[in-house]
Every structure is written in structure tokens, then in C-alpha cells.
Design a protein around this ligand. Sequence first.
Ligand code: FES
Length: 453
Amino acid sequence: MPALLVAHHRPGFYFRVLQEGEVGAGDDIVKITDGPGRISVADVDALLYLPGHSSEQLQRVLQIPALSRGWQSSFQTMLQQDLSSETTVGNPGLAYEEQAPAWPGFRQMRVANIDKESDSVTSFILEPIDGQHLPVFQAGQFVVLRLLVDPGEPPVLRSYSLSDLPGADHFRISVKSELNGIGSSFLCNRTKERDVLDVSAPRGSFTLRPGQNPVVLLSAGVGATPVMSMLHSLAADRSQREIWWIYGARNRLDHPFAEESRSLLKQLSQGREYIVYSRPAAIDQVGADFDAPGHIDTALLERIGVSRNSDFYLCGPPSFLQNMRDGLRNWGVLAGNVHTEIFGSLEAITPGMAQVVHTPHLPQGPPGSGPPVSFARSGITAAWDRKFASLLELAEACDVPVRWSCRAGVCHTCMTGLIAGSIIYNPEPLERPAPGNVLVCCSQPNAGVTLDL
Ligand code: FES
């Protein structure tokens, strides 16, 4: 229905009340004035939701002061993409769309080196076995590894941030050894140099934004990995911005990249560091190993002179992220200046439905006979069954956190990264997303697929 309404230029809109009064059946509705450009509501709606638009139309519609901020920013994003590229793919006005991944599915890479970064974090240097160049990823992006932990079981999928300089001839991931972590135990305890691993193309939207504001790289524990790559990138560019490296660890033994971060900060004209240890050991020295005992919070940021107008990049355990996000908001930082990396499931969007969080599981009943569908963030693989109308329905049957709104291929809320495999659309969405992404509400697998859900 939503797709039909939009396609037939009958979207239906609420009116904003400018002046209260009585309205009754039989009253005439009289148009008293035109907006700039005389563009109808249906045309504005079609510009956002239907394929095919021109930069000139976008520029005209951006002159309408009555458009809400949300619509204005959607059209701004579309216009920027129009001006920066010759071909438009997907619809950046509806959802943030990454560039298409550098390769579909998984590529085999050899473990060239294994380096211990701290008591609990180990780095793996990965090189392509085909000798071909690696793409230049964006600092902050991650890769998905397909690990054959148990030959009799389906492979395990795990996401790891790239922690090195983009553009090197290798990838580096840095993994924290977790006591009961299937993926991290396999990597840290069983993987050896020269082993071959299946690695996806880099992806993710937790990347440095251009600008002149100070940059605050704020992390804790193994959350240092994506911001480490950002620090490399800023140092390589000899950035003139004020750059803060603020990091929380337990103590010196659990402090990865200590030397690496210090030497990168020295290459920056305005590089600053502040290290906090939550449980410093007796031999850890204030001033040499760390700056203060305790935890990172906004009181600390204020004390050391971090500006509220900075761009903040956060990565760390969920409780750290939640506290920092709440703290930064209360401190008066604009939401648009706070960027967060989330490794688990993304927050679900299920309008009108109470959110009950369950652990993802296989769907009830006998398994389907279709191709395997893997949900990488949730760590489960379920066989496709034709009783589901869409990948979204299968994800819901598995209690995988999902995001949707129209469920009809219009709004792009359900857009998900397609890490591997291929899908078909039925029904066809109004506008397809960029390659490497899929609208799960109106698609089905036509071979095994791996989704970033
Ligand atoms: S396009 Fe709207 S939920 Fe899928």
C-alpha cells in the first residue's frame, strides 16, 4: 500500500496548523498563496521517494523555507551526491548508503604476522593470497571474518575493525581474547601465521568526517582499534586539526598501542593525549604510563580542555558507549557531532511495536530447505523457508533485531549491508539501494547470503 500511494503521487500529508480555528464538513478549502517555486506537495514527495531527479529540481526545492529540517537534510544529501559523482546509485536522501564494497563475499587472506599488543589484545596482519592490491578503506571501517571453528558446524562470522593505516599492503585486525568468545578464542589460541582466513571487503559508516572542528578519539579497551586507524589516517595527512587521543584501560599490561599512539600524536601539530587507568598496578607510573586513575567522563573532558564543539568518535564496551553518549548529550554536544561504533546488533526500529529483546535463535519448527541465511552481527545461520515472504520475516522469526517502517520497499529504513550472496526483489522496491546493500523487507535469497544484521 505505501508503495502504491507513493507511486501514484497520492502520499497523503498532515498539515501544520499556523492558526487555530474551527473546521467543519462542507467548508471550502482555498489555497491562499504559493510557496517559492510553486512546487506541489506531491512533487516534493516524489522527488524524495521516486527514482529519477535532477540537481536543478533539488536546488529549487531547497528554497522552500516551510520544508522541515529532516526533508531539507535529505535533499541536501541527495544534492551533494549529485554534485560529487556522475552516476547516482541508491537513494542517499532516505538512508546513509556506503560506497559499494570492494569485493562481494569473502576473499582469502593469509595471516602474515601475529603480534601481541597487550595482555589481552593480539593483532593479525592479513595479506591477500592472490597477490592483488587491497583497496584503500576508510579509517574506522571493519571487516567480517568467516571462521571455520568446527569443521562439522556452519562457519562462525565475526566483525573486527581495521586498526592500521588505510592504503597499506595489508589489513590489520586487533582482537581481544575473551574467555568464552568462540571467534576470539579461535583466532588468539588456534590461528597460526600462514593460516588462510576468509575476509569480507571493508565496510561500515563509522568513518572520519571532513571539517575543521577538533577531533576527539575516545575509546576504552579493545575499542581503540577503529580510532587507531583514524589516528594513523590523521597523522599521515599531517592534519592541522586539534586531535585528542583519550583512552581508558585497566592498567599498563592491558594498554594496547601505547607506543604506536604516542609516536603518531608526535606527528600532529596539535595532537594531545590523556590516558586513564581504572585499576593501575603498583608499578604503573602517573605521567609516564598514564595521566590519572579512574574512568573517562565529561567532567574529565571539561577539566582537560576538550571543546564541546569537537567531533567525537567513540568505541568501547556497551556501558562505556551508553555513559559517554548520555554524558556528551547532557554536556551540550550536538547529536550530529557524536559518532559511535557498535559491534553487536544495531538498535531495532519497529514503529508501533513494543520492543522485547530476545537472544537470536533459529526459527521455530522444522528447518527450511532453502539456502542458508547468515546474520553476521547476531551470529546465527538459518535455512531459508519459502513460508517467509521476505528476509525481514525470517530475521523476525529468529528474533534478530531489525529496522523497518513501510515494509514495502519505499522508505529504505530496512536497508542492510549484503556481505555475501545474492538476492532477488519481490516486490520490486521503488528505488533499489546502492550495490552491497539490500532492502530486506521485499527481498528473498536466491543463494546463501550473509547479512550485516
Ligand atoms: S523499504 Fe521501508 S521497510 Fe524496507
